[in-house]
Structures are given as structure tokens and as C-alpha cells.
Design a protein around this ligand. Structure first.
Ligand code: SF4
Ligand code: SF4
Ligand code: FES
Length: 260
């Protein structure tokens, strides 16, 4: 059925304000942290809560702030995190308008007013936690494992140094979803377009010298939606917190297909 009004959860309301002890709103030593809060199982619209905190040396990264707020002010604040090292990819969110990792985003790079939202265009499970099931589904579609007839499990499958180097800039992907959720083509076609993260992974296997399914993989990607919905807007590359270049990987797949 056609919907002529905005869905309820698109109207964000002003939320609660918390001023911690000894904080003055306009003090340059005060951080003003605005955080998106939403529980789709509840009755209320999403809201933005604002937390005023005194700067202190134990809080350097955005993730430190979230942990401090959860531990000391509001235990119901919900977010994902695990490694605190930029390795697991679980703390990805939109900070100051940019998709990035909360654990590697330094407060000094932002200023005193910090706005924190979940990754865009994902259904919200709660607060800063987006539903990544669709994202993982697209990853699964590129069959991200080695396809080989090599059966001898007792021996290594050797790769030359030169071939191994081709995987640099690809294997480091931590599947944080910052790139795919920054891509307008993925926003509008997230079920059909594989998105930059899955396509970077696809390319990682296509150029692995040990993989024997290159032709099959390329053939599978030769599709108007899966691959060619990428219009080289570059948002993906600009938002990758690991400094990877999914847009380049996608254009390399397109070149390979053009020369077959
Ligand atoms: S380059 Fe392609 S994949 Fe990357 S943001 Fe643009 S359209 Fe999306
Ligand atoms: S390419 Fe970068 S932004 Fe995209 S999922 Fe991998 S690490 Fe995250
Ligand atoms: S907590 Fe693992 S990447 Fe941020």
C-alpha cells in the first residue's frame, strides 16, 4: 500500500537533558554529546538525548564517552562494541555526520559538540544498534571463501609474494558497514545491489591466485543490480575508517568484465 505520510519513527523529538556534576553548559571544558535514542518496540518516537560532561583524561575516544554515559548516567543506552582497537568493526556509527568507528574517533577531531547517530538507512534495533542482517546477506552472496580443488589438508597452498601483495588493501576489511551505509545506491537498492563492502570482498577472492572460481565469480557479478548500480559516487571510499578503497575494487571488477 502506498504510504503518503512519513513513518512515525522518522520524526525525531527533543529528548532528555543530563548535566553532570560541576558542568557548565557553555564552558569550554564541557562536552555536549547528543545521542539518538529509539526503541522500536516501545510507543515513543525517536528522540535526541543530550549529555553535558566534563572533559577528562580518561575519555579520549567517542567510544569512551558512550561507555562513561552507560556506566555512570544511563545504563539503558545501547550500542555495540568489542575490541576497542578498530579491529572488530562492531562500534560503527554515524559521528558528526560521518560513518566511522567510535573506538578510533578521537574527541579532539570533533570539538565540544558531538552528535552520534546509528549508521544511516538501516532498521534500528535499539538506539545506536542497526540491523545488519541484510548487509551480511549481501556478503554471503559473494561466497567469501576459497574455492579450490586443493584437497591436501596437510600442506599449505603456496602463493608467491607478488600474488600475496595483491590482497593488500582488501584483506584488512573488518566488515564494519561504514561504506555500504554511506552509499546512496545501496540505500535505495540494498536488496539487489551488493554494496561496496560485499563487492570489495568479491574482488578480494577474484584476484586471489589460489582461487579457482574467478570466471564463475565474474559471471555472477555481471548484473545490472549486483554490480552496475555503483555510479562511482565515492562515498564508500571516503567513509572507510580503515582507509580502504571499495570504489577502486568495484571499478577493477568492471574493467575485468569489460575485457572478457
Ligand atoms: S562508488 Fe559505488 S559503491 Fe561507492 S558509494 Fe559510490 S555508488 Fe556506492
Ligand atoms: S571496506 Fe572499509 S568501510 Fe567498508 S566494510 Fe570494509 S572496513 Fe568497513
Ligand atoms: S570496538 Fe571493535 S572496531 Fe570499535
Amino acid at each position: 500500500m502506498v504510504q503518503f505520510t512519513l513513518p512515525k519513527n522518522s520524526r525525531i523529538q527533543k529528548g532528555k537533558e543530563y548535566i553532570t556534576d560541576g558542568c557548565q553548559k557553555d564552558d569550554k571544558e564541557t562536552l555536549c554529546v547528543s545521542i539518538y535514542r529509539y526503541d522500536p518496540d516501545g510507543e515513543s518516537n525517536p528522540r535526541i538525548d543530550t549529555f553535558y560532561l566534563k572533559k577528562d583524561n580518561s575519555v579520549n575516544m567517542v567510544l569512551d564517552i558512550l561507555i562513561k554515559i552507560k556506566n555512570e548516567i544511563d545504563p539503558t543506552l545501547t550500542f555495540r562494541r568489542s575490541c576497542r582497537e578498530g579491529v572488530c568493526g562492531s562500534c560503527s556509527m554515524n559521528i558528526d555526520g560521518v560513518n566511522t568507528l567510535a573506538c578510533t574517533k578521537h574527541i579532539s577531531d570533533i570539538g565540544n559538540a558531538i552528535k552520534i547517530y546509528p549508521l544511516p538507512h538501516l532498521p534500528v534495533i535499539k538506539d545506536l544498534v542497526g540491523d545488519l542482517s541484510g548487509f551480511y546477506k549481501q556478503f554471503e552472496r559473494v561466497k567469501p571463501w576459497l574455492h579450490t580443488s586443493h584437497k591436501n589438508v596437510d600442506s599449505e597452498q603456496i602463493q608467491s609474494e607478488e600474488d600475496r601483495k595483491k590482497l593488500d588493501g582488501l584483506y584488512e576489511c573488518i566488515l564494519c558497514a561504514c561504506c555500504s551505509t554511506a552509499c546512496p545506491s545501496y540505500w535505495w537498492n540494498s536488496e539487489k545491489f551488493l554494496g561496496p563492502a560485499a563487492l570489495l570482498q568479491a574482488y578480494r577472492w577474484i584476484i586471489d591466485s589460489r582461487d579457482e572460481a574467478t570466471e564463475e565469480r565474474l559471471k555472477d557479478l555481471d548484473d545490472n543490480f549486483k554490480l552496475y548500480r555503483c555510479h562511482t559516487i565515492m562515498n564508500c571510499t571516503n567513509s572507510c575508517p580503515k582507509g580502504l578503497n571499495p570504489a577502486q575494487a568495484i571499478s577493477k571488477i568492471k574493467s575485468m568484465l569489460a575485457s572478457t
